[in-house]
Ligand binder design. Structure first.
Ligand code: PLP
Length: 449
């Protein structure tokens, strides 16, 4: 535990604050209460006041192997002097191609082609464009609609925002949304699934809402359905048993592509390489980012079925014509590829298995918080968990903010959305560290009452 009386406070006079606009941050609050990290090692940050903080969300779900990872550090310092950049268009390099090979090898069978991006948002918008183009190329050009899901988060590009289902992210941008998008209902229902461990038993029937949406718009107008297998950003909303299987069946029946956004769940968070393998459901397109490089160099990407790639290769144009006019200057950046290889070495070399072994420890730890004041729900799946706090009347989000602040005093860096605290500890955590995280959260919840 950090001792508040010994922690120097930061004033609002931190150099650079007056020039900064932070993303997804209440900037006015931050300017009064800045939080600045100075260093990170393993599963801990140290802030500029010298407080050591357990990294309860692995950065933003992106640093599962912990910080200052020796293998990744060595790989990127070698790479910067060997090949620091090579053009992403019309040129590639062996490292990047081989990373695609390794990622396809980890992905569910049938997902074989990797298109690199630099972030999850870019991965999602790339997936949507590929889905749209594929439907057109196979002679189904009237399939222009996308179906997302309420509470979904698919990044902040125009496509991802439009298929996303978090009202706060959408309400300012109504007129510029991608047209024709519809949304499945979310699957969260407190009265049916409070304090579930793993997949809730109730709710598979909500996938049948896709049949209703198909009946409304007609299958011939729908290109793809996109969902996060687990809704992460909204606070670990776990799919009901059988729900994803049902979505898969309905998509297949109607010729609709199924896209899994695995930006959070990819690369081991479920104790399997991807959530697709955990749930035994294979999408047609899979988006990834975050853990692929352990968050150290930005990278994202999309993995598609071979026939989708081949549809683009079959265009009626000369061989020297570009088949998909889309990509990023930094797609498959060699530095990110170097970090990616080192991260995959660690993930395949035992880190995914370590995550799997920690799942029951996290489950027990987190459900032990049941009965604490103001705790209205606890849920978990894979190495991810969330605790819902009763909102303070008229002040949504204020209780979680107080808990977050109290967590820092206790020595844990928590992440909250509205009044939900989400946790996704690093795979390198020890069981005792997970239990200590639970104890710190318990004290933070109590002191935030
Ligand atoms: N998709 C999902 C499921 C995410 O959780 C996120 C980020 O948290 C994104 C997309 C966007 O990723 P990025 O912030 O790298 O653009």
């Amino acid at each position: 535990m950090n001792h508040p009386e010994q922690v120097p406070t930061l004033g609002a006079s931190v150099a650079g604050l007056e020039n900064s606009w932070l993303p997804f941050t209440p900037n006015r609050y931050f300017h009064e209460h800045p939080k600045l990290m100075a260093s990170a090692q393993g599963a801990y940050y140290t802030n500029v006041q010298g407080q050591k903080l357990f990294d309860a969300l692995s950065g933003l779900w992106c640093c599962p192997l912990g910080h200052a990872h020796a293998g990744i550090a060595a790989a990127i310092s070698r790479q910067v002097l060997e090949l620091d950049y090579s053009p992403a268009f019309q040129i590639s390099n062996p490292l990047t191609l081989n990373l695609a090979r390794r990622i396809a090898g980890l992905a569910p069978e049938g997902l074989d082609r990797v298109f690199f991006t630099n972030s999850g948002s870019e991965a999602v918008d790339t997936a949507l464009k590929i889905a749209y183009g594929y439907q057109r190329l196979r002679g189904e050009g009237s399939r222009t609609r996308f179906i997302g899901r309420e509470k979904g988060y698919h990044g902040v590009g125009f496509g991802g925002m439009s298929v996303g289902g978090m009202p706060a992210n959408r309400k300012m941008f109504g007129p510029v949304m991608v047209p024709g998008v519809d949304h499945l209902p979310h699957t969260y229902n407190l009265s049916e699934m409070a304090f579930s461990k793993g997949m809730p038993k109730w709710g598979a029937h909500l996938a049948d809402e896709l049949e209703r949406i198909v009946a409304l718009h007609d299958a011939s107008t729908i290109a793809a359905v996109i969902v996060e297998p687990i809704q992460g950003s909204v606070g670990v909303v776990v799919p009901p048993e059988g729900y994803l299987q049902r979505l898969r069946e309905i998509c297949t029946k109607h010729g609709i592509l199924l896209i899994f956004d695995e930006v959070i769940t990819g690369f081991g968070r479920m104790g399997t390489p991807f959530a697709a393998q955990f749930f035994g459901v294979t999408p047609d397109i899979l988006c990834f980012a975050k853990g692929v490089t352990n968050g150290i160099i930005p990278m994202g990407g999309v993995i598609v079925r071979e026939e989708i790639f081949q549809a683009f290769m079959g265009i009626n144009a000369p061989q020297y014509a570009v088949e998909l006019c889309h990509g990023f200057t930094y797609s498959g950046h060699p530095m990110a590829a170097a970090a990616g290889h080192a991260a995959l070495d660690a993930l395949e070399g035992g880190a995914i298995a370590a995550a799997a072994a920690l799942i029951p420890v996290l489950e027990e730890t987190i459900h032990n918080l049941r009965g604490e004041p103001g705790v209205i729900d606890i849920r978990n799946i894979g190495l991810a968990a969330a605790v819902d706090l009763e909102p303070i009347a008229g002040k949504p989000g204020a209780r979680a903010l107080k808990t977050f602040e109290a967590g820092i005093e206790e020595g844990v860096l928590l992440r909250f959305t509205a009044d939900t605290i989400a946790m996704g500890p690093p795979f390198i955590s020890t069981p005792d560290e997970i239990r200590a995280m639970g104890d710190m959260l318990r004290r933070a919840i109590r002191s935030a009452m």
